[in-house]
Design a protein. Structure first.
Length: 305
């Protein structure tokens, strides 16, 4: 049943008509639990509140699968606006973005032009930029672009997904770039030809790649809400004397906020991924796919109205 619901919401997440409708009608159905607002001003207020609690942030202007140059350029402008806001308001925040919103599906030239614009501005304001990882079909291209950009800029990192068979090899392949990587389980619907179908295998691979990347001496962001993975990381860094400034935990805005604050109290760097913008639909559907309790929460919200 859980798998069926997961597949259903992942299927819905790709629906273009619903994506357009969602943009038009604004944040609905409890999405504001997971999305900080539709404007940069609203996002800044949320980031300030999180920073006050000792939580670091990575802010994301929502958008994906852009199919025309004009929109891709506008998306990049929004990212630049967010970087300027981080600088102006002196926020403890990085930036996250998706390559398909920068024009990945249109042309390499376009995506590189937009990424360089963003990374120049980010460098000026001392802001680190993480390239989110999308579905498997874009993985190789995203890594190729990341490698190219990493030769030109220090302030860029990316994400690897534990559910992909290829990820162990990618950790090895990227090692010499000394990359700051966010490690996650993976949020898209993938075929068993490229990704572990069983949760247990994903969890085992997650632990494996966390260990590999940390022991390679590279900065590691462990992005999960899973206590078993968090405890594993804590034990690992203790066992190998890995300093607290070589890793951090990350969670999504609106998910396990008490746990986030508890990790800060324990002395760890805890970064919250804060999405904002009008293109909230796909992101919201992936959160519903992850956890039936999130669906129950949304249904309660809808029924109360
Ligand atoms: P999972 O969903 O398996 O949950 C494991 C356990 O965590 C649960 O059994 C429960 O114990 C606990 N838990 C989870 N939610 C809870 C809740 N609301 N309340 C209480 N307990 C809860 N994906 C991707 O493909 N590309 C990307 O670039 C990113 N980026 C990204 C950034 C950040 C900061 C995060 C946190 C995640 C991503 N992801 C991602 C998403 C990621 O791949 C994954 O889909 C989600 O994090 C869910 O997986 P978990 O590791 O949290 O474990």
């Amino acid at each position: 049943m859980e798998q069926l619901m997961r597949d259903f919401f992942l299927f819905l997440s790709k629906n273009k008509t619903l994506t357009k409708l969602a943009k038009k009608y604004g944040l609905r159905f409890g999405a504001s639990r997971f999305v900080a607002g539709e404007t940069i001003e609203q996002a800044v207020e949320v980031i300030k509140q999180l920073n006050k609690k000792g939580l670091a942030v990575t802010v994301d202007y929502l958008g994906e699968f852009v199919d025309n140059e004009k929109e891709a350029n506008e998306m990049a402008n929004h990212c630049i606006e967010a970087i300027q806001a981080i600088g102006r308001e002196k926020l403890n925040s990085q930036l996250s973005l998706k390559m398909t919103s920068m024009g990945l599906d249109i042309s390499d030239d376009l995506v590189m032009r937009n990424m360089r614009r963003i990374l120049e501005m980010a460098k000026e304001h001392g802001v680190f930029v993480t390239i989110d990882m999308e579905d498997y079909s874009r993985c190789q291209k995203t890594l190729d672009i990341f490698k190219q950009l990493k030769k030109e800029y220090d302030n860029v990192g990316t994400v690897l997904q534990a559910y992909l068979y290829r990820t162990e090899a990618d950790i090895e392949d990227l090692k010499d770039y000394r990359p700051n990587l966010r490690l996650v389980k993976g949020a898209y619907k993938e075929s068993p030809e490229v990704a572990f179908p069983d949760k247990k295998d994903v969890d085992d691979n997650f632990k494996k790649i966390i260990k590999m990347h940390l022991l390679n001496g590279n900065y590691t962001a462990v992005a999960t809400h899973d206590d078993a993975i968090i405890e594993y990381t804590k034990q690992l860094v203790k066992e190998y004397n890995i300093p607290n400034d070589q890793f951090e935990f990350q969670m999504l805005y609106g998910i396990r906020p008490e746990r986030q604050e508890q990790l800060v109290r324990e002395g760890y760097t805890m970064r919250v991924y804060v999405p904002y913008g009008t293109d909230w639909y796909g992101y919201f559907m992936r959160r519903l796919a992850e956890r039936p309790a999130n669906v129950a929460f949304v249904l309660k919200g809808v029924l109360r109205k």
